[in-house]
Ligand binder design. Structure first.
Ligand code: HEM
Ligand SMILES: N[C@@H](CC(=O)c1ccccc1NC=O)C(=O)O
Length: 262
């Protein structure tokens, strides 16, 4: 059973690198929880991006069934991220203040994968690249992403292919705005799902995604208020006041607006 010359479990998974990447900067007991909570979230985000990018390519090519499977997996990943807050919630303000100063000015604001998920979905606020300018590779990756059609842009492309009067966006580097022609197209899809089943299913997959995303934001702001109250964030924002404003962000406004008309 010697694995001296064969690939072992740890070799395959790169576990030495993963399990030696926890470097608490204080003696506080809960700092390990804080680090692992973020690292596992970033790993799940990596998988979500892998699935979202592949789903976007398949949707653009008109191969919707495998894309649905990937988007369903993204929804399960988001559930995982949402459940993870239950672990972090066991950390009280007393526990957190034991090591908060050790975090310096670092903050979730600098999670480039979180911003990339927003950018791939289509919520592109170029000002959010600011916190990544110290890493030209990451800022560059976000800029390149903002120049590509988003997940929602390729979905709009499917509406056009199906004969709806929907034009590609003239600018890709901004959040999606509600558009009368697109809302009218979705209205026809939702009024007659049997005729437009794939588009209907696609729309509901996007709704699932945004629904889970909103729950993540809500869990975040609630946990933050529970742990630091209304203190300013280490990233320089007002903290809870900023995160509450972010709850209003809408990824797919047409899909939310069409509901009022049905
Ligand atoms: C006790 C735990 C946490 C606290 C107190 C906290 C606090 C904050 C605060 C105050 C902000 C606003 C930016 C700033 O001024 O710093 C922020 C942003 C952010 N945090 Fe957390 N956070 C916590 C846990 C997490 C976890 C577990 C994640 C998961 C990766 C996360 C990801 C983010 C992201 C992505 C942002 C940017 C949000 C946006 O711009 O919309 N945070 N956090
Ligand atoms: N913004 C947080 C700090 C923080 O949460 C954080 C710091 C370093 C690495 C990840 C973090 N998590 C999410 O924002 C605070 O103000 O306490």
């Amino acid at each position: 059973m010697s694995f001296r010359d064969r690939m072992s479990y740890g070799d395959y998974l790169g576990l030495d690198a993963v399990l030696s990447a926890q470097h608490p900067r204080s003696a506080a007991h809960d700092e390990m929880l804080f680090i692992i909570q973020h690292q596992t979230s970033e790993l799940w985000m990596k998988l979500a991006l892998h699935e979202m990018d592949a789903a976007r390519g398949l949707i653009a090519a008109g191969d919707l069934q495998p894309a649905f499977k990937m988007l369903a997996r993204v929804a399960r990943i988001m559930e995982q991220l949402n459940s993870a807050w239950d672990v972090l919630r066991t950390m009280t303000p007393s526990d957190y203040t034991d090591f908060r100063a050790a975090l310096g000015e670092s903050s979730g604001f600098q999670s480039w994968q979180y911003r990339m998920i927003e950018f791939v979905a289509g919520n592109r606020n170029m000002a959010m690249i600011g916190p990544h300018e110290h890493r030209p590779d990451l800022a560059g990756a976000l800029r390149s992403e903002a120049a590509r059609p988003s997940l929602y842009d390729v979905v709009l492309g499917r509406l056009a292919v199906a004969g709806f009067d929907v034009a590609p966006r003239s600018r890709l580097d901004c959040p999606h705005q509600p558009e009368a022609a697109v809302i009218a197209a979705w209205e026809r899809v939702y009024r007659d799902p049997r005729t437009h089943w794939e588009l209907y299913e696609l729309a509901e997959k996007l709704m699932d995604f945004e629904d889970y995303f909103r729950r993540w934001r809500f869990n975040h702001v609630t946990t933050v208020e529970r742990v630091i109250g209304f203190k300013r964030g280490t990233g320089g924002t007002g903290g809870v006041s900023y995160l509450r404003r972010m709850l209003e962000a809408v990824l797919f406004p047409d899909l939310w607006q069409v509901r009022t008309q049905l």
